[in-house]
Write a protein that binds this ligand. Structure first.
Ligand code: C2E
Ligand code: MG
Ligand code: MG
Ligand code: MG
Length: 284
């Protein structure tokens, strides 16, 4: 009967919900363990001046080393966001990035900016601004060397909150980039009032180049009008790069230049070669 079928469906639904909740709980528990046992690491991907080819910064991208495998953020960040454990994970990312900047300055006398991704619940959390200020202070990192990447969707989620928080970050000196620009629903009139410094053209528009360039052109124009730095994400081939160069896109990032690399490899390739290590004379 219809009633029996309905009740069967309900039982099935309940079972599904219970399973999903169980998976979420298990994942949350293992993310806690991962933090405790230092199973996370940051990979670094360079950002280059498209005209000169000079490395002008990098983006920190989290990985989870679990049982000898590397797990992509795409598969654990959503659960981390749902359960709230993104807050301590995000704090770990901020601290690690500050440490890396400090180490490069100490060891190579070289200051390279690092961009870190901030998730929506982390951006909304009251601890973000004090945390990041405190870490920068503790590791003596110039706030200008830290750039916060926030997706367009995060910003438009609560515009009042976004304006308030970005003002605090900006007045403390941190850089602010809108990540994945063009994929969310920006209100262009609000965008004008947000104290952002950088706009990252989403990879999907770069992959359309050079044949379908309408969106990339429009974003470049908008960014220029708003006086922002513009980064093209996900550059994979020479044709895409040629188009971007021709249209004066200032900064690029993508597999064509380099994959995200382990810290040691990134250092060897982009830091140590150009900047001789400083010999610390220990008088003790
Ligand atoms: P995102 O911030 O937009 O980062 C760019 C993603 O594109 C990275 O994926 C990067 O490896 C990938 N990518 C870079 N160049 C290319 C390219 O030329 N072609 C292609 N196909 N892909 C390219 P990844 O590392 O898997 O990160 C995925 C997303 O996970 C990030 O997107 C970001 O939203 C999130 N994420 C990564 N690390 C963190 C983190 O520490 N905290 C938070 N909250 N989210 C993070
Ligand atoms: Mg990003
Ligand atoms: Mg992006
Ligand atoms: Mg993304």
């Amino acid at each position: 009967s219809a009633k029996a079928a309905g009740s069967n469906q309900w039982a099935f639904f309940k079972q599904q919900m219970t399973e999903r909740a169980a998976v979420r709980l298990r994942t949350e528990a293992s993310l806690h363990d991962a933090l405790k046992h230092e199973e996370f690491c940051l990979h670094l991907q360079p950002k280059l001046n498209i005209e000169t080819g000079e490395v002008i910064g990098c983006e920190a991208l989290i990985r989870w080393k679990k049982d000898g495998r590397l797990i992509s953020p795409m598969s654990f960040i959503p659960v981390a966001e749902e359960t709230g454990i993104i807050i301590p994970i995000g704090r770990w990312v901020i601290e690690q990035s500050c440490k890396i900047i400090r180490d490069w300055q100490k060891q190579y006398n070289y200051a390279l900016p690092i961009a870190i991704n901030v998730a929506t619940p982390q951006f909304a959390d009251a601890s973000l601004v004090p945390d990041i200020k405190q870490m920068a202070l503790r590791y003596q990192v110039n706030p200008e060397l830290l750039e916060i990447e926030i997706t367009e969707t995060s910003l438009m989620n609560d515009i009042e909150l976004a304006i308030n928080k970005l003002e605090q970050l900006k007045s403390a000196g941190f850089g602010i980039a809108v990540d994945d620009f063009g994929t969310g629903y920006s209100s262009l009139s609000y965008l004008r009032h947000l104290p952002i410094t950088t706009m990252k053209i989403d990879r999907c528009f770069v992959s359309d180049l050079p044949h379908d360039s309408a969106i990339a052109s429009t974003i470049l124009m908008l960014g220029r009008q708003l006086n922002l730095k513009i980064v093209a994400e996900g550059i994979e081939n020479e044709q895409q790069l040629a188009w971007l160069k021709e249209h004066n896109c200032p900064i690029g990032q993508g597999f064509y230049y380099s994959q995200p690399l382990e810290r040691e490899e990134f250092e060897a390739k982009y830091i140590a070669k150009q900047h001789a290590s400083i010999t610390v004379v220990d008088n003790q």
